[in-house]
Design a protein around this ligand. Structure first.
Ligand code: TYD
Length: 138
């Protein structure tokens, strides 16, 4: 199966009421892994491209909790998809071994990233050619 087929949008449960919105993200329940790490990205200009890497071990869910951005995903086998993150209750799930670019950040964008692993720079692939080679090897 292409890794692209594992990429999916996730609709998070909401429990808002007259006091305001509330969105729930439980590891292993609303998203398909236990959360070991969270980080968030804001203040990136619209012309900035972030990411530009693949991960050998880490799965992610990305949620624009404010503002908007786009995520381009490539599986290294010729398949590509673009996701517009524009709702605080919608995320995109990324499995291991997909190439990702985050771009087109709105000025108010706060992009929350939930990860299945602690940070380990050694499991990042930052060279697209190396990524394609590793996909070919399987
Ligand atoms: P980078 O991977 O370039 O961010 P992005 O994928 O969002 O574009 O990371 C930027 C810097 O932050 C880099 O020096 C590594 C460091 N970093 C950590 O130390 N821990 C983390 O969890 C992350 C995501 C990055």
């Amino acid at each position: 199966m292409h890794n692209m087929n594992k990429v999916k949008m996730i609709e998070l449960p909401q429990a808002g009421d007259e006091r305001g919105h509330l969105v729930i993200v439980e590891g292993g329940i609303d998203i398909p892994f236990e959360i070991k790490r969270a980080f968030y990205i804001y203040g990136s200009d619209r012309d900035v491209i972030r990411g530009q890497h693949a991960n050998r071990k880490t799965e992610f869910v990305l949620i624009n909790v404010a503002g908007t951005s786009k995520i381009k995903v490539k599986d290294g086998e010729g398949n590509e998809a673009i996701f517009c993150l524009n709702r605080p209750h919608t995320g995109v799930y990324l499995p291991t071994m997909v190439w990702k670019d985050m771009y087109d950040f709105s000025e108010d964008s706060v992009l929350l990233v939930l990860a299945s692993e602690h940070y380990d720079s050694g499991e990042y692939i930052r060279d697209y050619k190396v990524f394609v080679e590793e996909i070919k090897k399987g």
